[in-house]
Design a protein around this ligand. Structure first.
Ligand code: SF4
Ligand code: SF4
Length: 127
């Protein structure tokens, strides 16, 4: 026996199908490549306070280097794992995780992931 759908049921099913499709198409935030940057205005080391916790806990050997007491992220080595952000003891967390953006270069080809650069906010570093 064939069950005929009412207009309301048909519309409801179509709507559910569209919702499922839209949800499936959403990017998973965890899969977006990210890179850390250190905001100097919040970082303790920029205020001459001894801190290098981010460097000590970073699992990538060359992702954070300390130069004259100041931490600097090497974007090519950073995997965006968020460890440095999680351990930063500054009152206002000094580490930002930004989505990498791919730069289109001549010929229309995209750079390799290792060559991507973070989008750095204007006020990320002290004047
Ligand atoms: S852990 Fe935070 S406060 Fe300490 S050096 Fe790194 S970014 Fe600066
Ligand atoms: S996000 Fe991970 S790999 Fe990148 S600097 Fe922070 S701790 Fe190191």
């Amino acid at each position: 026996m064939i069950h005929e759908l009412s207009r309301r049921e048909l519309f409801s099913r179509c709507l559910q199908s569209v919702k499922r499709t839209v949800e499936a198409a959403k990017p998973n935030p965890r899969s977006i490549p990210r890179v850390a940057i250190i905001q100097g205005r919040y970082c303790l080391a920029y205020r001459n306070l001894p801190c290098s916790v981010c460097r000590e806990r970073c699992p990538e050997a060359e992702a954070i280097v300390i130069e004259r007491g100041i931490p600097r992220v090497n974007a090519d080595a950073c995997t965006g794992c968020t460890v440095c952000r999680d351990v930063c003891p500054a009152p206002q967390n000094a580490v930002l995780l930004l989505a990498r953006r791919t730069i289109t270069i001549e010929g229309g080809k995209n750079e390799k992931p290792s060559q991507t650069r973070p989008s750095v906010p204007r006020n990320a570093f002290p004047a």
